[in-house]
Design a protein around this ligand. Sequence first.
Ligand SMILES: Cc1cc2nc3c(=O)[nH]c(=O)nc-3n(C[C@H](O)[C@H](O)[C@H](O)COP(=O)(O)OP(=O)(O)OC[C@H]3O[C@@H](n4cnc5c(N)ncnc54)[C@H](O)[C@@H]3O)c2cc1C
Length: 381
Amino acid sequence: MTIDSSMRLAVVGGGVVGLSCAWRAAVDGARVTLVDAAPGSGASWVAGGMLAPVTEAWPGEEALLALGVESVGSWPGFAARLAEASGRDPGLRADGTVVAATGSGDRAELETLASYLDGIGRPVQRLSGRELRRLEPAIGPEVRGGLSVPDDLAVDNRLLLAALRVAAEQAGVVFVARNATAVADDGTRVTGVTCDDGTVVDTDAVLVAAGAYTSALHPALDGLVRPVKGEILRLGHRPGAFPAPTRTVRALVDGRPVYAVPRDGGGLVIGATQADVGFDREPTVGGVRDLLRDAERVLPGVAEFALLEVAAGLRPGSPDNLPLIGRIGPTGLLVAGGHHRNGILLAPVTADGIVALLRGDEVSGAVRAADPARVNRKVDA
Ligand SMILES: Cc1cc2nc3c(=O)[nH]c(=O)nc-3n(C[C@H](O)[C@H](O)[C@H](O)COP(=O)(O)OP(=O)(O)OC[C@H]3O[C@@H](n4cnc5c(N)ncnc54)[C@H](O)[C@@H]3O)c2cc1C
């Protein structure tokens, strides 16, 4: 079954989540309008691009791990379909991930993660510092041990956004370059999206995918998504500098996490800080200092790289770190938000879930766990 071809769907927000859902829904037959004054300018533009459910795993977040594992498994097919639809390379890298630890506390923390993963049936390979350096000669002598996780992948998020925009346009998505101020409803069902110039996009269904701004668009979403600031750097390789690693390198340095995600052309994306400080998008001196200091302790060669960009973005945080994917509030209102640290990773599984709901099909068990009803119940309680 496909989506009823008479269905008008308005998507609010054109980040990786909104664009992926809009593209897939339009291909499936819906008449899609995407409302966003600046598509691709939010967290999705700033992000590192790791597709890393296993190295992001955390005890107690098994539902997020299951969703992430389902999504990373979908990524190669998603990227291939996107490349075909857009004629552009979406920038998927299949080189895998290593995790490095410096001090003894960091090694103990990685061992805790490895034992947890063993315990839930997702074993990872433990490596000595020397074995890590054999895989990635860019890793420096302060690193004493770590893990290899070949199935945690990465994507160039900016190439991805460009490909999604073209694919969505080719599939017939109409872009409205306005900010939405509210989703309108008649008390029972949604009727449209009101824009900041007073115009209204009439529609049968609305998908709110406005990242950190999702909560402001309908009372049913109030308080469900909050901004979580992250600072990140982009480095370029310079002639004579030591080559960048080919795998994503994640590390713990005296308890602080840092990562380096390779880009074609020898560049690196170094991230990321994390702070609950509201809608502040200004990078700080302290954040940049910490990232550079910690990255250099793991990958000493980065000192010779060019510092090309310093940025901060707002991760859309949810109350329990699992995204909100599903129906909420009046008939016709759906949300795809709260993807926090994993929105790039979770784009394929989110689009699959939204398309299934629009068709009236069952969603997968992992997507069902992300039904916003779970947090609505907790908020009400
Ligand atoms: C520093 C940093 C590093 C990260 N690294 C990774 C990573 O390595 N891997 C990973 O998977 N995830 C990562 N993330 C998280 C990831 O970026 C997010 O989870 C993801 O981008 C969320 O996508 P989104 O489409 O929901 O939101 P966004 O990309 O923020 O897009 C929201 C869109 O909504 C639009 N919008 C907002 N308000 C309105 C409105 N009122 N009307 C219309 N449009 C509106 C905005 O213009 C924007 O285009 C990182 C995030 C940060 C900040």
